[in-house]
Design a protein around this ligand. Sequence first.
Ligand code: HEM
Ligand SMILES: [Cu+2]
Length: 596
Amino acid sequence: MADIPLDRVAETATTEVEDLALRHPHGWVTRYVFSQDAKTIAIQYTATALAVGFVALFLSWLMRLQLGFPGTFAFIDAAAYYQIITMHGMMMIVYVLTAVLLGGFGNYLIPLMVGARDMVFPFANMLSYWFYLLAVIILLASFFAPGGPTGAGWTLYPPQAILSGTPGQESGIILMLVSLIVFIAGFTMGGLNYVVTVLQGRTRGMTLMRMPLTVWGIFTASVMALLAFPALFVACVMLLFDKLLGTSFFMPSLVELGSRLEYGGGSPILFQHLFWFFGHPEVYIVALPAFGIVSDLIATHARRNIFGYRMMVWAILAIGALSFIVWAHHMYVSGMNPWFGFFFATTTLIIAVPTAIKVYNWILTLWRGDIHLTVPMLFALGFIVTFVNGGLSGLFLGNVVVDVPLSDTMFVVAHFHMVMGIAPVLVIFGAIYHWYPKVTGRMMNDALGKLHFWVTFVGTYAIFFPMHYLGLLGVPRRYHEMGEASFFPPSAQMLNAYITIVALVVGAAQLVFLFNLLWSIRHGREAGGNPWRATSLEWQTPQTPPPHGNWGKERPTVYRWAYDYNVPSVAQDFIPQNMPPEAVALGPRLAAGGVP
Ligand code: HEM
Ligand SMILES: [Cu+2]
């Protein structure tokens, strides 16, 4: 803030200091490689995570090839199939979605949206990325390790995860556990930054209830991740001890190939509790940033204030809190007491209430809005539809009696891909198209963007919608081949082949996105500072792309919330958060320029 004397700068957090006193990087290495600028770290996170995403997408092709045309691709045997599905699942959830939404978008958007110069602890923030990269390298190394990557399933359930018979039990499982431990250590350094910057780094006038919902979503998700990841961390450490040191945290007495193992007295169910105490909140660690981003995309591209802002904030917080008491709905078939299951079914269904409130509010925001079907808007709408769809099948699975027969079938795979696979990915794409002009100064190509949207949106529906039906038929999950059980009609295999073909097309459409992303850096149309005519602070920076320190000489002052679009009896069609009240012109609406 401007009123801090320069001699106190040394004891002041980076977010607070004058631009002059910020230690700007001088060399190429400190500027682009070991950068402490949240924006550069954001790009590093996003680029790395997108690369991992393409590897995971490639793995999904391999699985689909096997499922669609069993036996044709001999190198995908049962063991390889397990390894591929495990790596695909873990990569997508932890190393792609969490990394992009928190490490990528959190770093780029939090400081800019709350009017800070940077994160509060830039050095820890930088380390966070390098830990993440190290975790990715360790994970990828398992493809080349003896025995290959682990095939334990992304849930890593002991005792099987570390016993012989499971592919990758030689070294793959060890590398997986170490990689997760490193990832969580790295995330913690970033997560503390996101939380403290929101609490302490906001500029003058930026009260909590004036923050854009994107910040609320990422903030709440970061708090949740700081509480949930430690459960996975200890579970990984303990499982590693069981594997390497012969402890028995999770290992009961076992007989393997006729000989009794050294283990005894441990509880495999304990691992499941720890895993899902992380695993369920993880769904919302991914979903809440997506909720926030979608709200902002809709408001901006429909030129409408968000309906029920406070309700939206409280819904985010309520969902965040509730999601810590539902984890055992992933364990209905673990032999738990039915009363215990009843408790978790009830809490699970209660989450539907704040979630439905959010959906209604999005629809009411759109209602009578001036909807521009821009690429970000298309992706936002696609998210809402897909998320609602996945949520509805979640109501099925949340109930014990319905879940028991559906558990471990393709119905579950269809459900979670809709709700936490595809839905957040659509938001990630929408957000990239939306904020790309701020990051690069140029627009992404619109026609290619629309092509990318329609193939991805229609295609993912075409993949995952019929998969529910396969599940209802009883086709099991995590099976390398459906087999020839008499209750599968011959059409089931045809459906599998069809899903595979669509999956290949959808995968190829992502190359269009990749091309657009890279090509537009140099050849995109010049965007100017605020191409979407948006109100939030990141669009009001003096320079685009914003330099280190974001704001030049003085940080902005905030006078209002982030949703002043089409305010009645105001001449401008949007009022930026930092526009002083004197500058707001009353009177008939000025002709609004077209949105690109
Ligand atoms: C078009 C893109 C995708 C396709 C075609 C696809 C396909 C598949 C297939 C075939 C399986 C294995 C099913 C089985 O045999 O049980 C699977 C598992 C899985 N996928 Fe995807 N997937 C895609 C995108 C995603 C995304 C974006 C996520 C992010 C959350 C994701 C997360 C998972 C998880 C967690 C598993 C379970 C792994 C396990 O059971 O251990 N997938 N996917
Ligand atoms: Cu859950």
